[in-house]
Every structure is written in C-alpha cells, then in structure tokens.
Design a protein around this ligand. Structure first.
Ligand SMILES: [Zn+2]
Length: 89
C-alpha cells in the first residue's frame, strides 16, 4: 500500500474509533498516521489536522471532547486537554 493510502486508512480508522468512543484506539491511529506522513514527507489531510489534537493526540469530537465555536472569521477548537486551535475558514 502506498503511504498516502495508509495515511487515509489510518485517518478513517481514527475517525471511526473516535465515533465509537474508543478514544485510546483513535489516539493510536492518530500517532501512526502522523508517523507514516512524517516518514514519507507527506502532508496530513486538512480534516485530520483539524480534528487530531497536537498536544494529546485525541481525535476530537465536537460537543464531546472539544468545544467548537466561530469567532472573527476563525473556527476555534478547544480540546478537553486545554489546547486551543484557531483556523481561518
Ligand atoms: Zn488535546
């Protein structure tokens, strides 16, 4: 399997595990996806970057373990671990 496909597959697994409440499994997939991307010098998909927390590696679920709000042309994502990310939209 080529690296891009592995990253996509791991992203899908992280998303599914998170949706099932399997936070620890989701975290493992997030870490693996990052590792594969890094090793192959790939950039991670935009949705991955937005949902995976850089501090705690959680695949965040808005309303469950992250709060999402819109402010000044930005999406603000506050993770349960305390990290706050802002992305322009
Ligand atoms: Zn976090």
């Amino acid at each position: 399997m080529i690296a891009e496909e592995r990253v996509e597959r791991l992203h899908a697994l992280a998303r599914e595990a998170a949706a099932d409440g399997e936070t620890d499994h989701a975290r493992e997939y997030v870490r693996l996806a990052r590792r594969v991307a890094e090793r192959n010098r790939l950039s991670l998909p935009r949705t991955f970057v937005r949902f995976a927390c850089d501090d705690c590696d959680r695949y965040r679920r808005p309303g469950v373990d992250a709060r999402v709000r819109l402010a000044d042309g930005h999406v603000v994502i506050a993770c349960d671990c305390g990290r706050i990310d802002r992305y322009p939209y």
